[in-house]
Design a protein around this ligand. Structure first.
Ligand code: PGA
Length: 272
C-alpha cells in the first residue's frame, strides 16, 4: 500500500433521492464522520438537483461533492446538458466520467470520455474516470485488453503533468448493481494492470526511463461494494478506495465503508 496514494471513498447516488431525501442522507453522512480522524477522502455524487444542497451541507464537514457526469463544452445550445463552469461555480470538486451506465445507455464512447477528461482538467475538476469490461468480454478473455484500451483512449493527448489529479475506477460492468462482486484478488490484479497501462502509455517512445506516474494515481474498485466485502478489497495494494453505488444510498452502510477506508489510512498514513 502506498503512502503517496490517497484513499478515496466515493458514493455514486445515480438517479436516486429527491431533494429532501438527499439532504437527509448528506446530513447523516456529515454527522457520522464528525470528529473522526484518519478519514479517507470522502466524495458524494448526488443527482444534479441536489448538488447545491449537498455542497452546503458538506461545507460543514470533511466530505466533498462530485457530479455524476458533465458535458465537455462550456456553454451553448445543448439542451439538458450541464457544463464544467456550472459545476465549478457551485463548488463541485469531483466529476465521474465514462461510467458504464453512461456508455451503455447514453452513447458515451472512449472518444467522448477523452473530451470530458480534457474539459474536467481544464476546469480543475478532479476526474474519476470509470473503465471496466462487460460479462461477454470477461468470458471471452478480453478483460485486460478492453480495460487497457479504455484507459489509453482516455489518456490520449495528455502529458504526465496534465493528469496529476486523475482518479481511475475499475468497475466491471457485470458486477455493478448485480450483487456479484469481482473477487478481491482479481480486482486488485486489474487495478494493478490499469496502473501499468498508465505507465506504459507515458513510457512510449521514451528511451531508457520508464514512467512511474501510474504509481501515484489512485485506482478505485467499484461494483457491488458493501460493508461486508470492502475490507478485503482495501487490504490489497492496488485498490486505493471504492466507488460505491447501492450501498452509498444508506448512511449506515456508507459510513461502514468509510470506516474501512479509515483503517487503510491508519495503516498507510498519506499526504492530504
Ligand atoms: P453498485 O454500483 O455499487 O450499486 O454496484 C457501483 C457503480 O455503478 O458505481
Amino acid at each position: 500500500m502506498s503512502a503517496q496514494r490517497q484513499t478515496i471513498i466515493a458514493g455514486n447516488w445515480k438517479m436516486n433521492k429527491t431533494i429532501e431525501d438527499a439532504k437527509e442522507l448528506a446530513s447523516s453522512i456529515v454527522k457520522g464522520i464528525e470528529g473522526k480522524s484518519d478519514l479517507p477522502k470522502i466524495v458524494i455524487c448526488p443527482p444534479y438537483t441536489s448538488l447545491s444542497d449537498a455542497t452546503a451541507i458538506c461545507s460543514k464537514g470533511s466530505c466533498q461533492v462530485g457530479a455524476q457526469n458533465m458535458d465537455y463544452r462550456t456553454e451553448g445550445a445543448f439542451t439538458g446538458e450541464i457544463s464544467p463552469p456550472m459545476l465549478v461555480k457551485m463548488g463541485i470538486k469531483y466529476v465521474i466520467l465514462g461510467h458504464s451506465e453512461r456508455r451503455q445507455f447514453f452513447g458515451e464512447t472512449n472518444a467522448t470520455v477523452n473530451l470530458r477528461l480534457k474539459a474536467a482538467l481544464e476546469h480543475s475538476l478532479i476526474p474519476i474516470v470509470c473503465v471496466g469490461e462487460s460479462l461477454d468480454e470477461r468470458e471471452s478473455g478480453l478483460t485486460d485488453s478492453v480495460v487497457r484500451r479504455q484507459v489509453a483512449a482516455a489518456l490520449e493527448g495528455f502529458s504526465e503533468d496534465d493528469i496529476k489529479t486523475l482518479v481511475i475506477a475499475y468497475e466491471p460492468v457485470w458486477a455493478i448493481g448485480t450483487g456479484k462482486t469481482c473477487e478481491a484478488e482479481e480486482a486488485n490484479r486489474v487495478c494493478g494492470s490499469i496502473r501499468s497501462t498508465v505507465n506504459d502509455f507515458f513510457s512510449d517512445g521514451k528511451e531508457g526511463s520508464r514512467s512511474k506516474i501510474g504509481e501515484s494515481i489512485p485506482v478505485l474498485y467499484g461494483g457491488s461494494v458493501k460493508p461486508s466485502n470492502v475490507a478485503e478489497q482495501l487490504d490489497l495494494p492496488h485498490i486505493d478506495g471504492s466507488l460505491v453505488g447501492g450501498a452509498s444510498l444508506k448512511a449506515e452502510d456508507f459510513l461502514a465503508i468509510i470506516e474501512a477506508g479509515s483503517k487503510r489510512v491508519k495503516l498507510a498514513p498519506q499526504a492530504s
